[in-house]
Ligand binder design. Structure first.
Ligand SMILES: *Cc1c(COP(=O)(O)O)cnc(C)c1O
Length: 389
């Protein structure tokens, strides 16, 4: 029955229930059917529009600048860290999953000193903890936090943490890769020196560049910090200001697609509209999965509308690869888990997914459980793994 709407059965690609790249609209893809000269005034205007619109989304036009950079999101994170943190700086890395770990690893490559608050796989760093660490270590210059830690799907308490960091007079860098565009950010309320995101997550563009929204007064101090020419956002910014151009070949088609994606983002009601759809997707998905016996890793309170981690069913017939392949045959690509302590898998709520797709994937998962001879998605956490925060 689910085959009636199965894209794969119709020779179309499956829907991506992943944290990016995600399923984009045909109109976003069609925006890439034209070539642009990178030096040309038309493309320079597109770059300016891109930066202006991103600043507007964060209500940051007065205080911050937007610096795009070629590459995936990680390139933008590395570029931001390398540019903003001076060689004698020291970073407090708030870590609760793979992306926080990657950030610390990047600092290692950059040879910047850091300390971590490591909360493991799925507990949030709490503002009181940050307060205590900063009070006891005056040498910390910067704090980094992951907005939505995509490895578990947890939405970290960033506004509360930002308030603490600002009170201590330190600089905050937010990896908002999987949140910006769907989780509201207001630079006039939320104090940060940089917030980083990329083209292919909540704005629903295609992958190929990232961007950093950086406090102008902070960036002005950053000449000579960067370890890398191509990742020097200070230099990229100066050149953009001076010429309207990216320093090196820009991903022209991806910028064009992104501008179309931003038109569609605005048409959906901007951040609020997008958040509403993602929340709806998440609630429908979680309710339906619970009906099938599955349970989420996180307490309701910490679930993000971006991606949800479900515990793997406690059933000897369950095998993730088989589960994945079978769901794909029904038209949906899901995502493996990324936890160290429990077996899990993830379902994304972002991209071109609506009630219809969520209902369909639930039908598909029910069918796959049936095919695999698994009566229920039932799983329990042992007491020590229980998420109690
Ligand atoms: C997606 C993501 C990144 C960047 O990943 P890339 O694979 O380099 O695009 C960084 N941080 C978070 C939290 C993410 O979700």
């Amino acid at each position: 029955m689910s085959d009636i709407k199965n894209p794969v059965a119709q020779g179309k690609p499956p829907y991506l229930l992943t944290p990016g790249p995600i399923t984009t609209t045909d109109t976003v893809k069609e925006a890439m059917l034209r070539d642009w000269g990178s030096w040309d005034g038309d493309f320079r205007a597109m770059t300016k529009q891109l930066c202006d619109q991103l600043l507007a989304v964060a209500n940051a036009s007065e205080t911050h600048v937007c610096v795009p950079v070629q590459g995936s999101g990680t390139f933008a994170v590395e570029a931001t860290l390398g540019t903003l943190i001076p060689k004698e700086g020291k970073v407090l890395v708030l870590m609760n999953g793979a992306y926080g770990q990657r950030l610390a690893k990047t600092l290692g490559y950059l040879q910047r000193a850091y300390v971590t608050l490591d909360k493991g796989d799925y507990l949030p760093p709490m503002p009181e903890e940050v307060d205590e660490i900063l009070a006891n270590d005056k040498t910390i210059t910067h704090v980094t936090v992951i907005h939505c830690e995509t490895s578990s799907g947890i939405l970290n308490p960033v506004p509360e943490i930002a308030e603490v960091v600002a009170r201590h007079g330190r600089s905050l860098i937010i990896d908002s890769m999987s949140a910006f565009g769907a989780i509201p950010v207001d630079a006039q309320q939320l104090p940060f020196d940089a917030i980083i995101s990329s083209a292919n997550k909540c704005f629903e563009g295609v992958p190929g560049f990232g961007f950093s929204i950086i406090r102008r007064s902070a960036l002005e101090q950053c000449e000579g910090n960067a370890h890398s020419l191509s990742l020097d956002l200070y230099d990229q910014w100066l050149y953009l200001e001076k010429t309207g151009q990216w320093r090196f070949t820009p991903p022209t088609h991806i910028v064009a697609a992104f501008l179309q994606a931003m038109v569609e983002h605005a048409a959906e009601g901007g951040v609020a509209g997008r958040l509403a759809r993602y929340q709806r997707n998440q609630q429908r998905l979680v309710a339906g999965m619970k009906d099938l016996g599955f349970r989420t890793l996180l307490n309701e309170k910490w679930l993000s509308p971006i991606i949800v981690t479900f515990l793997s069913p406690q059933n000897e017939r369950f095998d993730f690869t088989e589960f994945y392949d079978r769901i794909k045959a029904h038209g949906f690509v899901i995502y493996p888990g990324k936890l160290t302590v429990v077996d899990s898998f993830r379902l994304g709520c972002i991209g071109q997914l609506y009630d219809e797709q969520i209902d369909q994937v639930l039908v598909a998962i029910a069918a796959v459980l049936d095919e695999m001879g698994i009566e229920s998605g039932h799983a329990v956490l042992t007491e020590e793994n229980e998420v109690t925060a």
